[in-house]
Design a protein around this ligand. Sequence first.
Ligand code: GDP
Ligand code: MN
Length: 388
Amino acid sequence: MMIPRWKYIGIAGGFIFLLHLLASIHPTYRATTSPFNLLPSGGWRSGQPPDSAVPKWAGEGLPTADDLRDDEALEGRRKANAVFVVLARNSDLWPFLDSMRQMEDRFNHWAKYDYVFLNDDDFSDEFKRYTQSLTKAKCHYGKIEPDHWHQPEWIDEEKATKAREEMIRKKVIYGHSVPYRNMCRFNSGFFYQHPLLADYDYYWRIEPSVKFFCDLNYDPFLVMQDENKVYGFTLSLYEYIETIPTLWDAVKEFVQEHPDYLPEGNAMQFLSDDGGETYNKCHFWSNFEIGDLNFWRSKPYMEFFDYLDKKGGFYYERWGDAPVHSIGVALFAKKEQIHWFEDIGYRHEPFQHCPQGESHTRGNCWCDQGNNFDFEWYSCTKRYVDMF
Ligand code: GDP
Ligand code: MN
């Protein structure tokens, strides 16, 4: 059978388009636009952190890496009431040590914030020994109470099983997994209620096998505190719709019942392109979070989580903690309270944020500036930037 020549051209064109599309989601795809054209003007995001967050012995500008090895000078520095939070299994030990070693080398060797490790099981002695040995700060280990972890008994198991089978058929990532759903629900609504976190105000979430590319010569927790921020992120992207088909309906119902929970100047624009009618699927990638625990503990967010939980979508669908946190913070906080840590180089497979220009130099970053997800087509960070 003869295929007309114009059809060959069509097929070749389609193929080239597809290749381009695939290449643009590949992490090593080179950014062609300069993110600096898109950064908001003013504020310290494009310059130096506020003086209050810089260790106080520093003279002009920021301390150098050598300054930060001077233990005596660091004695008695101002700190935030903050902690690292790590949810992990014993089997996550080695991949987690990889992340922890980098956090210590880039920041915590001088900042000395404690760690809280949480697990649905008991941590092994091996896990405790190796994690504590990497830091001069103190590590605390806690077990999660069963009600905060397991699928609640009021979930209709038959319906949940059907939903999982359907997701397996559609090849949805983690679609088959109940533990993954437990984890998403715990991170959405329970981690901040754990007794080991009760006395802290701020947290930084760390996961296994992530990378921190740059020296941090100021204290991001103090930026959060001094500038009244509630949520800090590095990467943002679109959620798979198969995991959250009815999430936005639930959100809209909740908002209709509690319009007073939404402050003037919130970040709805980040979530919706039509004033809240539909969700654009944008969320901050929650494997990295620097946040205010008291925000999650506030009445609007706790009621919001409870409302979502009762819908059963953590089990009947596969609602992730990233969209749930992002929607909560974008609706119940002011947009200025959400902070993009543009100068913290970070990778969680398969995406990375690599600081550009001056931030890269200042942090002695070791990531390739050309490998940067910020303004790739699958990222939502431009929407964040465009709010200001
Ligand atoms: P992904 O980043 O979405 O691919 O999910 P991860 O496998 O990295 O899990 C997210 C976080 O939850 C990581 O810190 C894991 O160590 C932790 N985690 C995942 N599943 C479990 C679990 O069943 N038990 C415990 N204790 N931690 C888990
Ligand atoms: Mn992960």
